[in-house]
Design a protein around this ligand. Structure first.
Ligand code: UDP
Ligand code: MG
Length: 310
């Protein structure tokens, strides 16, 4: 932290957020009025609407506004990475573009940082503004991730957080392709402080996380942080083998001691289907990890920039 005026970087990933940019910008400016030394970095993640035009317009009037525009959609986490990579502040605050992360909270994040915390993260509370479907899937995700992951992922953790320059510098060094900041930041350590906030409803547009994307994100989040799912097959396999053994003994004794042996078509079919399904799931999990190795091995960049104004 510098002595006089610390510089604050604000990082905003945007994918098709044309209806939100101006409103967010004006609210943001009001909330950081006490921090004249700042930069606002919009990361346009391959938007196909007028997002980049809106950002360019703002940047042309405000020298504190920087932007990075990707060549295509590389995803929210990679957009965050780009913003952090190019940030130059004493701390960096990441937030969504849709006003779900209230800019009014920023002074509080900064206050905690000034008290000495290196990570100030936020937890979404009071879920009334979150659609039912999102609530269910997100609860399920945090339950699963909590079970499988060696790194704690807090329920309701949001990508709205402040990171000290030290933390940002460590993130800049990362070369991994499958980023999952909610786990990563926890894994990195440093002194952390949680702040609860009430998520607002999206100001304009609709969520970019469809069920398919959320499922992929959850799977990626878990498999990026844990190899525990790989152990499931060993555990379940052993249990099933034990059951099969006991059932085998039972079947043999029935055949030996009774004359009325029922043809076991149902149980046979059921067990074959069950084990078949199980095997497919396990192969899927293996595939998930092998796929990751394959992609990481290529060492492709996390994003490609088409244009930036600095
Ligand atoms: N986002 C992005 N790239 C994507 C998807 C989303 O940069 O591929 C941005 C989006 O513009 C928003 C933030 O990530 O600023 C969170 O997305 P969204 O609000 O759609 O997610 P939700 O709040 O529904 O979880
Ligand atoms: Mg949102």
């Amino acid at each position: 932290m510098t002595q006089q005026q610390p510089k604050i970087s604000i990082i905003i990933p945007c994918h098709n957020e044309e209806g939100n940019i101006e409103f967010l910008y004006s609210k943001l400016k009001q909330s950081i009025i006490a921090f004249p030394s700042h930069e606002i970095i919009f990361v346009d993640d391959g938007s196909t609407d007028k997002t980049i035009l809106k950002i360019r317009l703002i940047a042309s009037k405000d020298a504190f506004v920087k932007y990075i525009s990707f060549s295509t959609n590389f995803g929210h986490q990679n957009a965050l990475k780009a913003g952090l990579d190019y940030s130059s502040g004493d701390c960096a605050i990441s937030m969504d573009a849709d006003m779900q992360h209230p800019p009014e909270l920023i002074p509080l994040l900064i206050e905690k940082w000034k008290e000495g915390f290196e990570v100030v993260y936020t937890i979404r509370k009071e879920e009334e503004n979150i659609p039912f479907f999102k609530k269910v899937t997100s609860t399920l995700f945090y339950k699963l991730a909590g079970k499988f992951s060696e790194t704690k992922i807090y329920p309701g953790a949001a990508d709205f957080r402040l990171l000290d320059k030290k933390v940002v510098d460590e993130i800049k060094k990362l070369k991994e392709n499958f980023l999952f900041f909610r786990g990563l930041v926890n894994w990195m350590g440093f002194s952390q402080f949680p702040i609860e906030f009430k998520a607002e409803v999206r100001y304009s547009g609709k969520t970019k996380y469809s069920f398919k994307r959320m499922f992929k994100f959850a799977l990626s989040g878990i498999t990026s942080f844990s190899t525990k799912p790989l152990q499931i097959s060993t555990i379940i396999g052993s249990i099933i083998a034990l059951c099969a053994f006991i059932y085998g003994i039972y079947a043999i004794s029935i055949a030996l001691f009774t004359y009325n042996v029922v043809p076991g078509w149902t149980s046979m079919l059921a067990s074959v289907l069950f084990i078949g399904g199980l095997q497919l799931i396990m192969i899927g999990i293996l595939g998930e990890y092998i796929g990751k190795l394959f992609i990481e091995n290529k060492r492709r960049p996390n994003y490609i920039i088409r244009e930036k104004n600095f």
